[in-house]
Design a protein around this ligand. Structure first.
Ligand SMILES: Nc1ncnc2c1ncn2[C@@H]1O[C@H](COP(=O)(O)OP(=O)(O)OP(=O)(O)O)[C@@H](O)[C@H]1O
Length: 920
């Protein structure tokens, strides 16, 4: 049976005499999660898919851990498992598989058996490659998290060899694969100063060994290969991508040589972890294979040793248990928030390539380390900042892991309802593409409103995203059909949101770079030790708008930073374009960034409108990320390395999302100034990713609109923009003339959110109404809809996340506006919950945009209808936070209709004032 629970007290270690001699044991007081005491019926004793344990097991709180352990049970861990007991602390979660139950002095107890596995913090999904680092030295694991994978030649060739390996498994020709893969990485090779020819030669040397080996057992039927498999383990708390699976067993590829008979230990560890996951999903693995690509390329006269590239090893039970204990050490360290010192392992610092980095990081962050420290520790405030944000980012990582957890905790229907999956796909075909990848096509059973977008990376599966045939795939098209591209021909029946840790990984690196590599002057600003300085400029940049003019002057003249606060429709994008134009004139190199691709593209469009030469611009992003009409600005990565690198380095303006700013390629670039739009939607470390690359920075945003998108409630919710606007009011300018809304529409948001400072930019803006639109006449509307702002009282139907009555009234309203001559494309409907969005979508024509506020930020419409879904006594603001309602109310240009239950809305002071305005 499987036992799962929370550790509620100190662990007792003992040695006892048994018939088999002296044995170690650890007694762990555990409060069992609901349902675990029931005898486990499943044959393999692992899967207890119990949804109810969620709340009890996923949140560890001090309160829980401190509760008197009246209902605690003793779980005894025998033998080597005492090593895992050693890392346990109260509050941590514990799982024992195949445990035995025992009655002892009238109490039920549990103990490990010879078939048991012990898992610490199973909901923390440790990455398999992280365990490989950890086994070399725990400190190496930590350093890798902080500094990420740099752009260097071994990393790039390693990736290329892996890609070619995958291609060979898919039956591609070696030369064709090498040529194509090298071409795809032209930009990276160019940045490293490598030629395509020499890189191809290096890859070929490595790949020849693989090819030779594959030839021997040539991809026969019974060999049953597949390349790259995403593996996730619910029981063992592991995830990773195995290089290949052959006859159900893991094969790992290592670019390098190994002349011993046995695989390297750390490589075995990695393969063994994949084997554990494969066993969980029903496999039975007795061997693992490591493939050392350099072995057969060696000159046989010079080297002696075992030259076979492929080395098999037997996957003993002892090894599997050992690697799981390693995994447990990582999970426990992350849960307790400690930093490894390197003393945990017996690695020799003298031989370590990372020794210098290790010493510098220890010195700067004042951490104990086996290698010793060099350099001066950061000031107290910076150390504190680092620790707080490190913890906050790790909390965010746990939220990502929780998303993984939902893959097995939720039923397919629940996931579909939550917009986390499309589950009713009917597989149509898998078509092989040039280059060995696959195009997968499936038909949708219903038109759900899942959050998926074209270009998203998703988990495509045969219906079982964990344990079944699943692969990462990219959405190429999404209408009544779903078209995906993937490495494997999965018979796709379902797609799920892929919980990526890339963002969290990059946040940590950005934090590290900002504090440890950051310019001192910038840190003085970030740590509020110095006032930002400005060069005084006499030029006029914008003749018809004083605030914009001042903003451009600040942006251009900033020696450290400038902050442009732009309420809705006040010409943020216009001001950015003017600023960039002026910076280009001065010969500066500019990084133009924003949280979303959409905002980056909007800014670029404005630059083109302002007459900036497109040849000066390089847009860094994927093909699906960049708007189709701006593809000509996109930096091509494929081709000739020299040409590609010149295209990037000669570009005076480089535009990319902040996430992309953290990529290996962008991290090699430097700029005079970084200009970041949507800065109020970025976390602090998210903003660092862009500003780390430049001498000075300009942040543009509005902290009264949407806050940073984060799952955890912690430091990350306040943007750097907001913090700096408050700290340095003199470095900021608020744009106060809006070019969007009729005066009536603007009145309430201006008063409520901008101290009444927002005004129409021109009389024409102030007086715009629907009558200005071709073929539209307000007189054709019912009298109570003619005002630019109106309210429709619909008593709520009592449901929490939907309101069918409101949805029906909205459908009627849309007909009314259409009858008055309005195009359906000019109407937008905003609802607070996805469920209500679906409810409304079912009733209105498809060309009316219906969405949540988050999707509307940054856009505008002629007419906006807001559905409030408010009922009862409003136990919290409906749009979660007033910033969301501000966004909702400021989208329309000419008409705004609020639909909701007046009585419920009036119970909240802000909504009451809103109703007073709408009804006045
Ligand atoms: N100084 C100006 N003179 C004339 N037109 C302007 C000026 N500033 C902005 N505009 C116009 O006002 C409109 C809104 O400007 P812009 O798109 O820059 O606003 P924004 O603040 O970026 O909007 P959002 O709040 O949606 O991000 C655009 O059509 C723009 O051309």
């Amino acid at each position: 049976m499987k036992v799962r629970g929370t550790v509620v007290g100190e662990v007792t270690m003992r040695t006892v005499s048994t018939s088999a001699g002296e044995r170690e044991l650890a007694e762990v007081p555990v409060r069992l999660a609901d349902g675990t005491t029931a005898a486990d019926g499943s044959a393999d004793g692992t899967a207890t898919h119990d949804h109810d344990t969620d709340a009890a097991t996923s949140t560890r709180s001090a309160v829980e851990a401190d509760r008197p352990d009246v209902d605690a049970t003793t779980v005894t861990l025998w033998g080597k498992w005492t090593e895992s007991a050693d890392v346990l602390e109260p509050g941590m979660e514990l799982v024992v598989t195949e445990a035995e139950r025992d009655e002892f002095r009238g109490e039920t107890q549990y103990a490990t058996t010879t078939d048991s596995y012990v898992v610490v913090e199973p909901s923390y999904l440790v990455d398999v490659t992280d365990v490989r680092n950890w086994v070399q030295c725990p400190r190496l694991y930590y350093l890798n998290k902080l500094s990420g994978v740099p752009l260097n030649y071994p990393v790039v060739t390693g990736t290329l060899v892996h890609e070619v390996f995958g291609d060979l498994l898919r039956g591609r020709d070696l030369d064709a694969s090498i040529d194509e893969r090298i071409e795809e990485r032209a930009l990276e090779l160019g940045l490293l100063g490598e030629s395509a020819e020499s890189a191809a030669e290096d890859v070929r040397q490595n790949a020849a060994a693989i090819e030779g080996w594959l030839e021997q057992g040539r991809l026969s039927e019974e060999d049953d290969w597949r390349s790259e498999q995403l593996l996730i383990s619910e029981t063992f708390g592991l995830k990773g991508r195995a290089d290949a699976i052959r006859r159900g067993a893991p094969v790992e590829l290592k670019t390098g040589k190994n002349l011993r008979k046995e695989p390297r230990f750390k490589d075995k560890v990695q393969a063994a972890l994949y084997a554990l996951v494969l066993e969980e999903h029903g496999g039975s693995i007795d061997t693992g294979t490591l493939l050392y690509t350099k072995n057969s390329a060696l000159d046989r006269n010079e080297e002696t040793g075992d030259l076979t590239p492929a080395k098999d090893f037997s996957m003993g039970r002892g090894l599997l248990e050992y690697v799981l204990r390693l995994r447990n050490e990582i999970a426990a360290m992350e849960a307790s928030g400690t930093v490894p010192t390197g003393k945990e392992a017996d690695a020799k610092c003298e031989y370590c390539f990372e020794r210098d980095t290790c010493m510098v990081v220890s010195g700067r962050l004042d951490q104990e380390s086996k290698a010793g420290q060099v350099g001066q520790a950061l000031p107290e405030a910076e150390l504190d900042h680092f620790e707080r944000f490190y913890r906050a980012i790790e909390e965010e990582r746990r939220e990502v892991h929780r998303e993984y957890g939902k893959l097995w905790e939720q039923t397919p229907e629940e996931r579909a309802d939550d917009d986390r999956a499309i589950v009713d796909l009917e597989f149509v075909e898998a078509r092989e593409l040039d280059g060995g990848r696959w195009e997968l096509r499936a038909r949708r059973g219903s038109s759900g409103t899942a959050k998926f977008r074209e270009g998203d990376l998703v988990l495509a599966s045969d219906g079982e995203p964990v344990g079944g045939d699943a692969e990462l795939a990219r959405i190429e098209r999404l209408d009544e059909d779903v078209v995906l591209t993937a490495d494997e021909p999965v018979e796709v029946a379902r797609i799920d949101i892929y919980p990526s840790e890339l963002t969290t990984d990059r946040l940590l690196v950005a934090l590290h770079d900002a504090l440890l590599k950051g310019d001192e002057r910038r840190k003085d600003i970030l740590f509020e030790r110095a006032e930002p300085e400005f060069e005084s400029l006499d030029e006029t940049f914008v003749g018809n708008n004083a605030a914009q003019d001042e903003a451009v002057r600040k942006a251009v003249g900033a020696r450290d930073c400038a902050l442009i606060h732009g309420p809705p429709g006040t010409g943020k994008t216009y001001t950015i374009a003017r600023s960039v134009d002026a910076m280009v004139e001065r010969g500066e190199r500019i990084l133009l960034s924003a949280f979303t691709n959409r905002a980056v593209d909007n800014a670029l469009e404005a630059l083109l409108d302002a007459g900036i030469d497109p040849d000066r611009i390089a847009r860094v992003g994927t093909e699906s990320g960049v708007r189709s009409d701006l593809q000509h600005l996109r930096l091509e990565r494929e081709g000739d390395p020299d040409e590609r690198v010149r295209a990037l380095e000669d570009a005076q303006i480089v535009a990319a999302t902040t996430a992309t700013c953290g990529s290996r390629i962008m991290k090699e670039q430097s700029f005079d100034v970084a200009l970041v739009d949507e800065a109020a939607q970025l976390t602090e470390p998210g903003t660092y990713a862009a500003i780390n690359l430049a001498e000075r920075f300009v942040l543009v945003g509005d902290h009264h609109q949407l806050p940073p998108v984060v799952q955890a409630e912690n430091e990350l919710v306040e943007s750097l923009f907001e913090r700096l606007v408050e700290t340095y009011p003199d470095a900021g300018v608020m744009l106060d003339r809006q070019y969007r809304m009729n005066q009536r529409i603007q009145a309430f948001p201006s008063r409520e959110f901008y101290d009444g400072r927002l005004r129409p930019a021109t009389p024409a803006v102030a007086s715009r109404t629907l009558d200005d639109l071709d073929g539209v006449s307000r007189s054709a509307l019912p009298a109570d809809r003619r005002d630019p702002v109106t309210f429709v009282d619909v008593p709520g139907d009592g449901e929490r996340h939907t309101d069918a009555e409101e949805a029906a009234r909205i459908a009627d309203l849309i007909e009314t506006y259409e009858a008055a001559g309005l195009d359906r494309e000019d109407i937008g409907v905003i609802a607070p919950f996805r469920a209500q969005v679906s409810e409304i979508e079912r009733r209105v024509p498809a060309d009316v945009t219906v969405d949540t506020v988050d999707r509307f930020q940054g856009s505008s419409q002629e007419v906006i209808v807001v559905s409030f879904v408010a009922s009862g006594d409003l136990d919290g603001p409906i749009f979660e936070d007033y910033r969301r309602i501000n966004v909702g109310l400021t989208r329309p240009k000419r008409a705004l209709v609020l639909v909701g239950d007046a009585e419920a809305l009036e119970s909240d002071p802000v909504y009451r004032r809103m109703l007073d305005w709408a009804r006045s």
